[in-house]
Write a protein that binds this ligand. Structure first.
Ligand SMILES: Nc1ncnc2c1ncn2[C@@H]1O[C@H](COP(=O)(O)OP(=O)(O)OP(=O)(O)O)[C@@H](O)[C@H]1O
Ligand SMILES: [Mg+2]
Length: 296
């Protein structure tokens, strides 16, 4: 694979709006860092994507919304080649991620930080060793430099001084922040966040939102944030994208979403279940009492 070039002007781009067919030509202003073009993906009978298109531009912060099971985590895994589409193409700049072998994927993944759903720290390693792990794997830094880098990343998330703690000694919010420090250890160009605020109280969730904004500002990263948390989405997004039944059904600014008349999007934002979704919860009508048993 050639070195990862940082321009995509000569590449086809996915059309904003989730149209089923990919549109040729670059996105209008900034070049796309990530593009998913006409992606189809099924697991057995479960059709997850049926013609999904998405382009993420450089330094943009895109939030992916959608109900549970719509494929938000599967989408992120396509970006780093942990999953491959049945058809369609995934690009990181000009590189076809879905065509890469493992060695090539390793090279791409060095540029992409991934905050996994649930945090996923190594429980048997200290905070220090958790953050040092990618540095030991991917760089030849001396221990002194690793120490400085770990301290710097922990300072970014407000946790310098916790190096010797074990994950079990951390609160949920602290675990997320340590996982975030590990995800940025290699100074990524792109950050992928899978449900970064789930399971946190509103204040801890807001700390994570502020951190995402801070990383965007200070590290100039491009961000893709998957979330159910609409407040968090409005706070961190330059652009929101909603997945529904295998495709992007809406994308736009927070105000477009607040004002939308699309029923599925409105129900999602307002947290209202549809009649079909509530159907299984209805108590069956009690059988009529036979006349002979009725009290006079
Ligand atoms: N490795 C896999 N093998 C089989 N099916 C999978 C696999 N990964 C995901 N799926 C299925 O793909 C669908 C989408 O899953 P995904 O985890 O992306 O949902 P999600 O939108 O992230 O949901 P949540 O909001 O609950 O995290 C689900 O039906 C899931 O069961
Ligand atoms: Mg998920």
């Amino acid at each position: 694979m050639s070195a990862i070039a940082k321009s995509s002007a000569d590449q086809p781009a996915a059309r904003d709006g989730g149209s089923p067919s990919p549109a040729p030509g670059p996105p209008p202003e900034r070049s796309a860092v990530i593009r998913l073009v006409d992606i189809y993906k099924s697991f057995g009978p479960v059709k997850v994507f049926t013609g999904l298109n998405l382009a993420v531009r450089q330094r943009e912060s895109v939030v992916i919304l959608g109900p549970s099971g719509t494929g938000k985590s599967v989408l992120l895994k396509h970006i780093i080649g942990l999953l491959r589409p049945d058809s369609g193409a995934v690009y990181y700049f000009q590189e076809r991620v879905d065509d890469c072998d493992e060695r090539e994927l390793e090279e791409i993944r060095r540029h992409i930080g991934f905050l996994f759903q649930g945090g996923a720290l190594f429980d048997s390693l200290s905070v220090y060793e958790n953050i040092a792990f990618p540095l030991r794997e991917h760089t030849r830094l001396k221990e002194r430099d690793i120490r400085d880098r770990v301290a710097g990343k922990l300072a970014m998330v407000g946790l310098d001084g916790t190096q010797s703690l074990m994950p079990a000694e951390l609160s949920g919010g602290m675990r997320k922040r340590v996982a975030l420090a590990r995800a940025i250890a290699l100074d990524p160009d792109v950050m992928l966040y899978d449900e970064p605020t789930t399971g946190l109280d509103p204040i801890r969730a807001d700390v994570i939102n502020e951190l995402i904004l801070k990383l965007n500002d200070e590290l100039h990263v491009t961000s893709v944030v998957v979330t159910h948390d609409i407040n968090s989405a409005y706070k961190v997004a330059d652009r929101l994208v909603m997945l529904w039944e295998g495709k992007v059904i809406m994308e736009g600014k927070a105000d477009d979403f607040r004002r939308t008349t699309n029923d599925e999007v409105r129900r999602f934002i307002q947290g209202r279940a549809s009649a079909a979704e509530l159907e299984g919860l209805r108590r069956p009508e009690p059988p009529p009492i036979p006349e002979s048993m009725e009290t006079p």
